[in-house]
Design a protein around this ligand. Structure first.
Ligand code: HEM
Length: 506
């Protein structure tokens, strides 16, 4: 159906700034969520601000999410927005360094590796790694804290970052990479990771040592993966594995071309990067909230006792199928992602002038906004995830909101009424899907995350393994986020106090 537009196009309102080029970089960079919601109050759901020379048009609300996530590739491009930063990290010919159709094929290949069969093998591996880490790492759980009366402390950000990379390499990345974690791989990963900062995001190449390290690490990591693939192809090492390399080695493009080794290598690097900070910071926030809410932590623990108690009182390991069926654990992760979605702002570059539907925002009854080619558009699902018009106690971490039985789903968030007066009830299950959902920690549309199930598996196993072992407290409360990293990290002080509850299993 042709959209009939009123007569007068105009640009969206622009946020005032004093310094040309820099624009609103300081306000946005210090606290993007506060910046966006303050501008929203003044300008409505669609407005433009200047960020280091770029014109960024923001579209807020569920309709704004839909406008961006549901946009056509001909109008909105992720690769034009991200390739300058992602290609030096991931490498050539994958993700944003190729046309969108090729990325869609690559996502299909990755899904083959993210199979239920593989996931069934992963739960035990993640549990092993976490237990091993807690039993061996001196800076985390020294044995002096084995005495139930004594309390130790750990920094969730460090611990979760280490546990996340160890568990991801053990499972998805495969044996050779996990073994490399104890050798050179960890240092190369750290150097590459050093290239993922807001500075790199804006300026792809500067004559700085961190950029040189990034480039050296990318090359070495790429060679490292290519050598693994070659050794597997030649039969020197076993390719009968449950990991992603094995899955990608069996895939071909529609053209018939087998996925080349360097592309498999670069997809593996992309997956490592896509899953590391997203999962590890979500895990940190979850542990911080559990430490600050021991009653919720106890509910998670009781759920474990109810489902996994052995006759001798010890707890057996969950299977993947059981792990997927733990409503309390699920709600803790879901609620953590509502308040702290790691990817809080998502960009696209405008390839052809874009009409803002008047139902989203318009200057007047007979006008409409147009976002010109060359601008960037920015979606911020976190704004609708904490919108007090949609959620009760919107800023409060309240996992139980997700477990309301049917009929009480509105306690999770109010009903949403569209401009025709039609009511939408975003009940449990519906909220995670669709480009117009107010809950989109994994994005929506063609670029939606395909790592969601893996993230739930990894985070779920991590959280329950820790909760089974530890009682936690945090005297300083849950910290505020710092936005100086690409993914918001909990500020200091953030040390969690713990003592072990299952001394016999330690
Ligand atoms: C895309 C979030 C974990 C792989 C995305 C997007 C979001 C997201 C918001 C959409 C980005 C956009 O539209 O530009 C998260 C969160 C995670 C997580 C919150 C954990 C809590 C993972 C993991 C993997 C992964 C573990 C890999 C195993 C991907 C891939 C894409 C993606 C391949 C597609 C990129 C595209 O099509 O442009 N993720 N992610 N993610 N994520 Fe995740």
């Amino acid at each position: 159906r042709q959209l009939v537009l009123p007569r007068n196009p105009s640009l969206p309102p622009e946020v005032f700034h004093w310094i040309p080029f820099v624009g609103s970089a300081v306000g946005y960079g210090t606290d993007p969520i506060n910046f966006l919601t303050t501008c929203q109050k003044k300008h409505g759901n669609v407005f433009t601000f200047v960020l280091l020379g770029r014109k960024m048009t923001v579209a807020l609300s569920s309709k704004g999410n839909n406008f961006i996530f549901g946009g056509k590739v001909a109008n909105l491009s992720a690769e034009d927005a991200y390739t300058h930063m992602s290609t030096p990290i991931f490498g050539k010919d994958v993700v944003f360094d190729c046309p969108n159709e090729k990325l869609m094929e690559q996502k299909r290949f990755i899904k083959v590796g993210l199979s239920t069969e593989n996931f069934r093998a992963y739960v035990g591996m993640v549990e092993d790694e976490v237990l091993d880490y807690m039993n061996r790492d001196p800076k985390f759980l020294s044995y002096q804290a084995k005495d139930a009366a004594s309390w130790g402390q750990f920094d969730p950000v460090t611990v979760l970052a280490e546990m996340t990379i160890l568990t991801a390499t053990r499972t998805l990345q495969g044996n050779e990479v996990r073994s490399g974690m104890d050798k050179t791989f960890a240092a190369l990963f750290a150097d590459l990771d050093g290239g993922l900062t807001p500075l790199n995001f804006m300026f792809a190449n500067l004559p700085l040592e961190s950029y040189r390290k990034r480039d050296r690490a990318q090359k070495k990591l790429s060679d490292f993966y290519v050598n693994i693939i070659k050794a597997r192809r030649s039969g020197q090492t076993n390719n009968d594995e449950t990991d992603m390399i094995a899955a990608l080695m069996t895939q071909s493009y529609r053209s018939g071309t087998v996925v080349p080794d360097h592309e498999i290598a670069h997809i593996m690097i992309a997956l490592l990067m896509a899953g590391q900070h997203t999962s590890s910071t979500t895990g940190s926030w979850a542990m911080l909230h559990l430490a600050a809410n021991p009653d919720v932590a106890d509910t998670v623990y009781q759920e474990q006792i109810a489902k996994f108690s052995n006759p001798d009182g010890s707890l057996r390991s969950p299977t993947y199928d059981e792990l997927r069926n733990l409503p309390v654990l699920d709600s803790v992760i879901r609620e953590t992602l509502r308040l702290h979605p790691p990817i809080h702002n998502i960009m696209r570059k405008v390839r052809a002038d874009l009409v803002v539907p008047p139902s989203l925002a318009s200057p007047s009854k007979d006008g409409y906004y147009i976002v010109p080619k060359g601008y960037f558009v920015l979606a911020s699902p976190v704004v609708s995830q904490v919108d007090p018009d949609l959620w009760y106690n919107a800023s409060k971490w309240e996992p139980s909101r997700w477990n309301d039985s049917e009929g009480q789903a509105q306690k999770a968030f109010r009903q949403y009424t569209d401009e025709n007066g039609e009511k939408f009830d975003y009940g449990f299950g519906a909220v995670g899907k669709g480009t117009e959902s107010p809950y989109q920690p994994f994005g929506a549309g063609r670029h939606r995350c395909i790592g969601e199930q893996f993230a739930y598996l990894q985070l779920g196993t991590l959280v329950v393994t820790m909760v089974r072992s530890l009682e936690m407290e945090i005297a300083s409360g849950v910290p505020k986020p710092s936005f100086h990293t690409l993914i918001p990290t909990p500020k200091q002080p953030r040390m969690i106090s713990y003592h072990r509850r299952q001394l016999d299993k330690a």
